[in-house]
Design a protein around this ligand. Sequence first.
Ligand code: URA
Ligand code: URA
Length: 200
Amino acid sequence: MRKKEELLEEIRQEVERCTLCPLAKNRTQTVFGEGNPDALIMFIGEAPGEDEDRSGRPFVGKAGQLLTKILLSVGIQREEVYIANMVKCRPPGNRTPTLEEVEACFPYLEAQIAIVNPSIIVTLGSVSTGYLLGTKEPMSKLRGQWFDWRGGKRIFPMFHPSFLLRHESRAPGSPKYLTWQDIQEVKRVYDLLRESTRRV
Ligand code: URA
Ligand code: URA
């Protein structure tokens, strides 16, 4: 069987050439995603922002730095997980990607999920959460709960780090407070999985 790295590299090159949606016109470069090809957890954001479009890497700007801090708060290193976005090209002015753009790009994410085969998918914000779970319920109702997905995988929605940057409060019940609880729940289940699978 071919190595996961090779399979991911093949899709990455396909994404690099992609012109399936209008976002291709304005990108500096595509942002495929990165991380451990054997990760038990995959984090799925929304779309590259300016810093990601410039660097070609996901979650490296302000929101990304906060995501890295959230992971480190429970002792998870970025390198042990896999990080990707719903769409691989930056929407102009950081607008929300349209449903058409998300749909055009989804086969690439599906391939990444199939190759990495994580047990846990953490969806960050309403775009990835809503699309993968097929719901329009608000994040405030969806976050912090486990959802079965496509038999065998579990989705755990969390607030998007950009949303947290706009809500500074850490008071009980605030988005930051809830996210701190949510990442601890992710870590709890991650530890159980690692004990039972001895992966990572
Ligand atoms: N926001 C996202 O959703 N993804 C990134 O990669 C950066 C910011
Ligand atoms: N709305 C969003 O789009 N994302 C969040 O994380 C929270 C509210």
